[in-house]
Ligand binder design. Structure first.
Ligand SMILES: NC(=O)NCCC(=O)O
Length: 362
């Protein structure tokens, strides 16, 4: 094989005969999801802008007492645009342009809530353990430049935007945090959720920059449903997922940055298992590409120093409380995954399986 594998699904599709493939996919992915029909104009723009666009439908049973609660969720995965040696402002502006152009396509697909990848405004610099110039990417979670841009887009497209950034908290000693900002569809900053488990494993040692967040397990009651954000490394901790469920989340996003050599076999399991265990939808997002840094760094594992982090494998997906899931986006290419979910499925699955988490004391 030359180069990176495009996706697991592309290999299954290529080599497994059609009738067996259907059964293989049922066993691997759960009940078959419908394809979401997306506007031809959106498909054309995605092709022109060179990113993958895919759409799926998660259905729930009709109920007599409740209307369906349909929500279109968009997940965006991307590589950095400019080399890490370009001026910081140019790197950020190039990413802002790229993401704005992808959000425009999400709007054409009637996306209600979009979530971007972890620290999307920058390369994943934390492996270098160098503070400068990287700390210059940090911005205020309340009114930083990227937040203002996302506020404009949220209002323009009537879309909730979950915007994970490197935060600089100027009101509290200028500390840094790895933070997801939730912007309502009216363009208001609803609040923020900080990464609460910080990796200290190999190249992923982010504690040089920031420590465990102090925002607990916040749930944001948006117009389109109750959402929460469990940033990257938090997905390895079942109790973390559980707390968002106890606090009432219906959709939990997991914006991430992780590489194949470390976590890929776990990727398809953890967020999906959380969806099953907590009767909510989970959305796992990972960046793509290999990022080269100017100076060598070591991983503390006896191996030679190196300038890159390895390949971020994308593979973003959505999983439902009944265990069904979408195929992953590409392992190598930018992409937008649109999933239409019916939030009624959360309670339907609780009633069926009784995996309830509750804050009530009996
Ligand atoms: N960004 C981040 O927390 N990465 C840690 C590695 C992983 O959790 O796979």
């Amino acid at each position: 094989m030359s180069g990176e594998l495009k996706s697991l699904e592309s290999v299954l599709d290529k080599y497994i005969p059609e009738d067996e493939l259907r059964e293989v996919k049922r066993i691997l992915y759960g009940k078959k999801l419908g394809k979401l029909s997306l506007p031809a104009s959106a498909e054309a723009l995605a092709t022109e802008r060179d990113f993958e666009l895919a759409g799926y439908v998660f259905e729930a049973k009709p109920e007599e007492m409740r209307h369906p609660r349909l929500v279109n969720i968009g997940l965006i995965q991307n590589q950095i645009v400019l080399p890490t040696t370009a001026p910081i402002l140019q790197q950020r502006e190039a990413l802002c342009q790229r993401i704005s152009s992808m959000i425009e396509v999400a709007a054409q697909c009637d996306v209600n809530i979009v979530c971007l990848q972890e620290a999307w405004t920058m390369p994943f610099v934390f492996c270098t353990r160098e503070k400068q110039p990287w700390c210059e990417f940090a911005e205020s979670a309340e009114d930083g430049p990227t937040i203002k841009l996302m506020q404009e887009l949220a209002k323009k497209y009537n879309m909730v935007i979950v915007c994970p950034i490197l935060e600089r908290d100027e009101l509290h000693g200028d500390i840094l945090a790895n933070t997801a900002v939730v912007i309502s569809n009216s363009g208001k900053v609803m609040g923020k959720s900080r990464k609460n488990h910080i990796p200290r494993t190999g190249d992923f040692n982010e504690s040089t920059y920031y420590m465990e967040g102090d925002t607990g397990h916040r749930v944001f009651d948006t117009q389109f449903g109750k959402i929460a954000i469990n940033i990257c490394y938090g997905r390895h901790h079942p109790q973390n997922w559980m707390m968002y469920g106890i606090n009432g989340a219906e959709i939990v996003f997991n914006p991430s940055a992780t590489i194949g050599a470390l976590s890929e076999p776990m990727w398809a399991i953890e967020a999906r298992n959380a969806a099953i265990a907590n009767s909510y939808f989970t959305c796992a997002i990972n960046r793509v590409g290999t990022e080269q840094f100017p100076n060598e760094f070591t991983s503390g594992d006896g191996q030679p120093a190196h300038k890159d982090f390895g390949n971020f494998y994308g593979s973003s997906y959505v999983a439902a409380p009944d265990g069904s899931r979408t195929p992953g986006l590409s392992r190598t290419k930018d992409g937008l995954l649109v999933s239409r979910v019916d939030l009624n499925l959360c309670r339907q699955v609780k009633d069926k399986w009784d995996f309830r988490v509750s804050s009530l004391k009996y």
